[in-house]
Design a protein around this ligand. Structure first.
Ligand code: NAD
Length: 505
């Protein structure tokens, strides 16, 4: 097992060269068909399928994920996304016919979804393949060239290039730019058409500030402090197993990890007892062959945050039921830690932890649960558990966040038809789903009219007669209905047409 690699920053000249090549690639891509771009996606999809074990190896080496976490979230999730694009993109990206109102009779209205040009994708270290490649391939399918900056913590040096080599058009359209924050800032300076950033809120603010100077649009997928709400009516076996997985998958290093677990008073004690027992039964290891539950922490700085959050909570009176520190056998594994007796003034209730902690809090009423869950600067996702359907729907609608999994955890991310993204300090913009895909395009509104000698009534000259007819038209359009509206429109419309060609005087 090697330690995560780091890379040096790209020089300004090297970044400028990559951006120039990306612009040339974007010009070429604009002349390709969706079918040609799809052939490239099919080729890399076949490559990923064939090399899934090698890819899982590469991801595990750099992240210390368990093998199952790497295979399911990085390989399966990526293939699922490619398949969705191949099935759904043709319809979503097709030219759209839209109705033309009666006042514009005889004209045709269309929306074209066109490429943006060169887009910049900046990704984090927690899902280093999935987040990078799903964004890159969605951008490419829409006809964009991509400047891609992987995280310096998990650059997966050479892996993206190997995958893209299976499809020359993709290889010629994507430019992997290794480096850290400086490289990313230089890339922003090259004025990409749009930035797709996934990472921390801290970096998101810096990117937004830099992009504002150049008026570059930015989609921000940032951190979270997701809440789970478990009502008395929940099936406890399922809720305990689901909440535990939602908090601990990828060793808690997921943007939508459950980081605040609110449990109703009637089942609270039993929930904590069962959760603690289940957590104690988990297998902790990495470099495994598919039989470990919880892997390692990828970055040393992240380990420090987790330790600080636990120490702070304990110092302020928290009760620790399991774990609490790194595993004696490995400095890279933090033991899953169930904590109770928590207060709002503790760091782990305020900041994103990004580690295997399970802070459990008690609530009495539905109203209280909603207020507690919404009391966070973040708003990425949430998870609600119970047996009362009306209550689940009520609560789901009231949660201020981008996704809710009902009687499940992080499951909306498993359906590529659903958009993914947050609100408040969790960012804005959406990935995935039709909404996410259209984010990689610029919609162009087009109205086709005929090449006749006809002069429009609203063109010059403006005359008093036309003015009164327009006033009449407004009354008819917005004040009448049914047959009276139709007859009124024909009458006023014909009169206006008649006036259109008359000179002033
Ligand atoms: P980070 O913000 O430290 O780094 C993310 C990327 O930004 C890296 O590639 C980094 O090199 C780059 N970067 C650093 N400084 C920059 C600057 N000044 N300008 C431009 N880019 C710069 O985040 P991280 O630690 O790699 O990732 C963890 C964070 O990502 C967590 O907060 C997590 O919640 C979040 N995340 C969010 C989602 C989501 O979809 N909402 C998904 C995964 C991770």
């Amino acid at each position: 097992m090697t330690t995560p690699s780091t890379t040096t920053e790209m020089s300004a000249a090297a970044v400028a060269e990559a951006a120039a090549q990306a612009r040339a690639a974007a010009d070429k891509l604009a002349h390709t068909t969706l079918a040609e771009r799809f052939a490239a996606v099919k080729a890399i999809s076949a490559y990923v399928l064939e090399h899934k074990e090698d890819i899982a190896d590469a991801v595990c080496r750099e992240t210390r994920k368990t093998r199952t976490d790497a295979l399911v979230s990085e390989v399966m999730g990526v293939l699922d996304n490619f398949e969705w694009l191949l099935h759904r993109a043709p319809k979503i990206l097709a030219d759209q016919k839209v109705p033309t109102p009666i006042a514009l009779l005889g004209k045709k209205s269309r929306i074209y979804h066109q490429p943006l040009g060169v887009v910049l994708v900046i990704s984090p270290w927690n899902y280093p393949l999935h987040i990078g490649i799903t964004s890159i391939v969605a951008a490419f399918v829409c006809g964009n060239a991509v400047l891609f900056k992987p995280s310096e913590v998990t650059p997966l040096q050479g892996l993206f290039e190997r995958i893209f080599a299976a499809a020359p058009l993709l290889a010629q359209s994507v430019f992997v730019c290794y480096g850290g924050g400086e490289t990313a800032q230089r890339l922003i300076d090259t004025q990409p058409a749009k930035i797709f950033f996934t990472g921390s809120a801290r970096t998101g603010k810096r990117i937004l500030a830099q992009a504002a100077e150049k008026l570059i649009p930015v989609d921000l997928e940032l951190g979270g402090k997701d809440a789970a709400i478990v009502f008395d009516s929940a099936d406890l076996d399922r809720a305990v197993a689901g909440v535990m997985w939602g908090a601990l998958t990828n060793a808690g290093q997921s943007c939508s990890s459950l980081e605040r677990i609110y449990v109703q008073a009637g089942v609270y004690d039993e929930f904590v007892r069962r959760l603690s027992a289940a957590v104690n039964g988990l297998v902790l290891n990495y470099g495994d062959s598919g039989d470990a539950d919880i892997g390692g922490i990828t970055a040393a700085f992240q380990m420090n945050i987790i330790r600080r959050h636990v120490a702070d909570a304990r110092a302020k009176g928290a009760t620790q039921h399991t774990g609490g520190d790194v595993l004696a056998a490995s400095e890279h594994i933090f033991q899953p830690t169930v904590l109770t007796n928590l207060h709002e003034n503790m760091l782990l209730m305020q900041e994103e932890t990004f580690g295997p902690l399970l802070p459990v809090l008690k609530f009495d009423t539905e109203e209280e649960a909603v207020a507690l869950a919404n009391h966070s600067e973040f708003g990425l996702a949430a998870s609600v558990w119970g047996g009362d359907k009306a209550q689940l729907e009520r609560v789901t609608r009231r949660l201020v966040c981008g996704a809710v999994s009902v009687n499940n955890a992080m499951i909306t991310e498993g359906n590529p038809n659903l958009p993914f993204g947050g609100t408040k300090a969790s960012g804005h913009g959406r990935q995935k789903g039709a909404e996410g895909l259209l984010g990689y395009t610029r919609s162009k509104a087009v109205l086709y009219d005929g090449n006749s000698g006809k002069i429009e009534a609203n063109w010059y000259p403006y005359t008093q007669k036309k003015y009164h007819l327009f006033a009449n038209l407004i009354d008819t359009l917005f004040g009448k209905s049914g047959i009276a509206r139709l007859l009124g429109l024909i009458k006023t419309g014909t009169a206006l047409e008649g006036e259109a060609k008359k000179p002033r005087g």
